[in-house]
Design a protein around this ligand. Structure first.
Ligand SMILES: Cc1cc2nc3c(=O)[nH]c(=O)nc-3n(C[C@H](O)[C@H](O)[C@H](O)COP(=O)(O)O)c2cc1C
Length: 394
């Protein structure tokens, strides 16, 4: 029987166990700079026993930042990133960089840049969208390669390509958001062209000693959007291309259905509090349409993930609502290889060490989701004493 706590292989990496920290935007890079608080956050998670932590959302292009407080991968950010990766390695863990281009999810006003999307128009949040050109896409593929190389040179062990949540790659995959008539629209082959080109470029840029993974949507959770049947085909294309070592499966749309990803309580009041005046009023009236509510169940993505697992030979990373070691063990027994935890690690960074010691009590996370709006001020669990649990261990 495979064990959750045995050493195991992910591409070129040997991981100390099967638990990884899922990307949760840290809110600790004001104006895109690495801070001591960011380093302390990941150091604490690494010390808590995960095999690999993931820094969330490093943008490959200036207009691909979610907003101006998102780190841009360039020469200037490399030194700070090196301090981060060194600190994590000192705790015996690996570190992964989630890299991406936000596409239609970007805040153009904050970035002082156009919001690039498959087609022009307005997003569900009212942002003006500019249709991305073939020249833009070629340049962004190149940016992915350069960004991945910068991350690898800064000491990251793994590059996770964000292919979910209706960020640029995911928006092009979506038949609802992408009605292009060129080679990037129409058939699934066409809609997957950009994501596949990105994965190939990243693999080429970092070479065989760095792991490359994709975080792929299985279902946008939106009528007419990308779904699991197409996702299984895209996952297979990526596997056949030989560009990725493993795949992490996710769902939902940051544009039009974020709660499909989180399940549980919808923190509408807390979200409204983070918004500027007029938007806040609109949100109070219409927020229930944007932030729907889905019941939370343990391992809530597992049924869709099984469909994809059945198609692949590369390792599959299960994500979403894993709060008990027994859940991970039974998923391991049926073929999943790694387990990504988000909110349980925000609440209890040492949960993997605790489970390994034999204390199998589940995560105390109540999926109140009040951690979500804290991404603007420093991501934290509001139940666990907040930022103090991430105080520097130095
Ligand atoms: C506060 C917060 C921030 C998040 N930021 C990101 C992000 O930057 N990129 C991403 O791919 N997923 C992000 N996620 C989603 C998580 O990676 C994960 O998919 C989700 O929380 C479900 O896993 P869980 O049930 O273990 O929390 C975020 C989640 C939370 C709670």
């Amino acid at each position: 029987m495979r064990s959750l706590f045995e050493e195991c292989v992910l591409g070129p990496l040997t991981l100390r166990n099967r638990f990884v920290k899922a990307a949760t935007f840290e809110g600790r890079t004001p104006k895109g700079a690495v801070t001591d608080e960011l380093i302390a956050f990941h150091r604490t998670v690494a010390a808590g026993g995960v095999a690999m932590t993931t820094m969330a959302y490093l943008a490959v292009s200036p207009e691909g930042r979610v907003d101006r407080n998102c780190l841009l991968l360039n020469e200037a950010s490399q030194e700070g990133l090196r301090r981060l990766t060194d600190a994590v390695h000192q705790e015996g863990a690996k570190i992964c960089a989630q890299i991406g281009h936000a596409g239609p999810v970007a805040n153009g006003r904050s970035n002082h840049a156009p919001v690039l999307a498959p087609k022009s128009g307005y997003s569900a949040m009212g942002a003006k969208l500019t249709a991305v050109t073939k020249q833009d896409l070629d340049r962004i593929v190149d940016d992915y390669g350069k960004g991945a190389k910068i991350a690898a040179d800064a000491g990251f062990d793994c590059i996770e390509i964000h292919m979910g949540h209706n960020y640029l790659i995911s928006s092009l995959l979506s038949p609802k958001l992408n009605n292009r008539k060129d080679e990037f629209g129409g058939s699934l082959e066409n809609r997957a062209r950009f994501g596949r080109a990105v994965a190939k470029q990243v693999r080429e840029a970092v070479g065989p000693t760095i792991a490359v993974t994709a975080k792929l949507n299985m279902d946008d959770g939106v009528k007419g959007g990308f779904g699991v049947i197409e996702a299984a085909k895209v996952a297979k294309m990526l596997e056949n291309d030989g560009s990725i070592d493993a795949i992490e499966l996710t769902g939902g749309s940051s544009l039009s259905n974020p709660m499909y990803l989180f399940r549980g309580d919808a923190p509408r009041k807390e979200f409204a509090a983070t918004l500027p005046g007029p938007v806040k009023i609109g949100f109070k009236v219409f927020g229930r349409f944007f932030i729907k509510e889905y019941p939370y169940t343990e391992a809530y993505f597992i049924d869709q993930a099984r469909v994809i697992l059945n198609e692949l030979t590369i390792p599959v990373i299960l994500l979403g609502g894993i709060t008990r070691p027994e859940t991970a063990q039974s998923a391991l027994d049926e073929g999943f290889s790694f387990f990504a935890l988000g909110r349980p690690l925000l609440m209890e960074p040492g949960i993997v060490n605790r489970w390994e010691s034999g204390d199998n009590a589940p995560s105390g996370c109540t999926h109140c989701n009040k951690c979500m709006p804290t991404i603007y001020t420093g991501t934290e669990c509001v139940l666990n004493g907040g930022p103090l649990s991430f105080a520097s261990t130095d």
